[in-house]
Design a protein around this ligand. Structure first.
Ligand SMILES: Nc1ncnc2c1ncn2[C@@H]1O[C@H](COP(=O)(O)OP(=O)(O)O)[C@@H](O)[C@H]1O
Ligand SMILES: [Mg+2]
Length: 389
């Protein structure tokens, strides 16, 4: 098709949007951390992004990496933690790649190149003439521990007059021992002021679903950011921005209708834009009729997401989810007690269901105890299913 224009929406996970809306708190925090690391000769606190699936944790980590590249010409190392995976091995291997990349990089400001003196690196690279204790490490080998690889990579970074961003995604999947080791290693090197910014992302279960184990202190002292749905203005920007940029603007009526279905949930906004764009092929703008045509497809797509979570729950767990949805639909706060009351049983007899659903990441619990679905809109979907049965 000669006049086919590529769809500017990015429905799905881990897909950077064409227009990245909002999240200025996180980006400001990251920009400041980068400046501390690049100019003050201090290692800033790590950043942690916490939020349900589809709110944009992964793409926000990508934005942080881009910020580092644009403003400081720093490379980034990215790791996605898998269940039962070997986070530290993977991180080690990515760090080695980064060290090689940095070793081949010409210093940006040759005159300020750090000098290696007696096992220490003078960090003129930081612009303050401070001294960074960074032993000139030998080449890292694949069997080296995280500490050794990190030293080598940071030596290469300082040598290149640069620094490093490390982003770790899906941290809730990390084994507690691995997380403790990662944090311990970074904690230990804080006094050395390495130019490194660590940014992590996880489901909200990271905060409250670790049994009796506490999070490493290093993380407790981190800069925490809770990511939730986008506020109305930013949701609109995420929805209408890509169409606008692609030269097929969306009318305000169409945007209103689509926003009514997607809310401020970033995943749903991309899905909504995607199907509305499709429905409007051949038109110069996306109008309310196109939006109307797109609605069944948008709902089907989101239902798919909810269905997979639902099918993953046992019949008893499904009852619990139903009760949770019913309590929330009445406008009450669905805490454990209210859900048990809805089921007509004592709290203690269903707390194991709540624990299982928390562990699976189907629901999460706010600090005050309120329970939420990880994917917004799922409660409404469950009740709709119920009516159809
Ligand atoms: N700030 C944003 N503006 C526009 N779209 C976004 C934004 N954040 C996320 N998205 C979109 O939402 C979807 C989910 O993002 P993702 O980062 O995979 O979420 P998470 O990692 O929290 O599960 C992707 O399609 C992405 O393009
Ligand atoms: Mg993600």
């Amino acid at each position: 098709m000669a006049d086919r224009q590529p769809n500017p929406y990015r429905p799905g996970f881990n897909q950077p949007p064409v227009v990245f809306a909002g999240r200025s708190d996180v980006l400001d925090g990251a920009a400041e951390a980068l400046e501390i690391a690049a100019y003050d000769g201090r290692t800033p606190r790590p950043l942690i992004l916490l939020g349900p699936r589809g709110v944009g944790k992964t793409v926000t980590l990508g934005e942080i990496a881009e910020l580092a590249a644009e403003r400081h010409s720093w490379p980034a190392v990215h790791v996605e933690v898998k269940v039962g995976g070997r986070m530290l091995v993977e991180l080690g291997s990515r760090l080695r790649d980064a060290a090689q990349l940095l070793a081949g990089t010409e210093p940006r400001e040759p005159r300020r190149r750090p000098r290696v003196t007696g096992g220490k690196v003078e960090a003129h690279a930081f612009g303050i003439g401070g001294e960074v204790q960074l032993e000139a490490a030998a080449d890292a080998r694949s069997d080296d521990g995280l500490d050794a690889v990190l030293r080598t990579t940071m030596a290469a970074a300082v040598d290149a007059g640069a620094g490093l961003v490390i982003t770790v995604d899906e941290v809730h999947n990390a084994a507690p021992e691995e997380l403790a080791l990662l944090c311990g290693t970074f904690q230990e090197h804080v006094p050395q002021g390495w130019p490194v910014v660590l940014a992590l992302a996880a489901l909200p279960t990271l905060r409250n679903n670790r049994g009796r184990r506490r999070l490493p202190t290093y993380l407790e002292r981190a800069e925490w950011h809770d990511l939730d749905t986008l506020p109305p203005t930013e949701a609109r920007e995420a929805l209408v921005g890509p169409a606008q940029q692609a030269g097929r603007p969306m009318t305000p009526d169409a945007a209103d209708l689509l926003l009514g279905h997607a809310g401020g949930y970033p995943y749903a906004l991309q899905v909504a834009g995607h199907f509305a764009w499709r429905a409007s092929h051949g038109s110069r703008s996306i109008g309310v009729d196109h939006a109307r045509q797109a609605v069944p497809r948008i709902e089907a797509d989101l239902a798919h997401l909810f269905r997979s979570r639902w099918d993953d729950a046992s019949p008893r767990e499904q009852e619990y989810l139903q009760a949770m949805a019913a309590v929330a639909a009445r406008g009450e706060v669905p805490k454990g007690g209210a859900v048990a009351a809805e089921l007509g049983v004592p709290v203690t007899s269903v707390s194991y269901l709540r624990a299982r659903l928390l562990r699976k990441g189907t629901i999460y619990r706010e600090a005050g105890g309120a329970l939420h679905f990880i994917t917004p809109g799922m409660g409404r979907w469950i009740l709709d299913q119920d009516r159809q049965d």
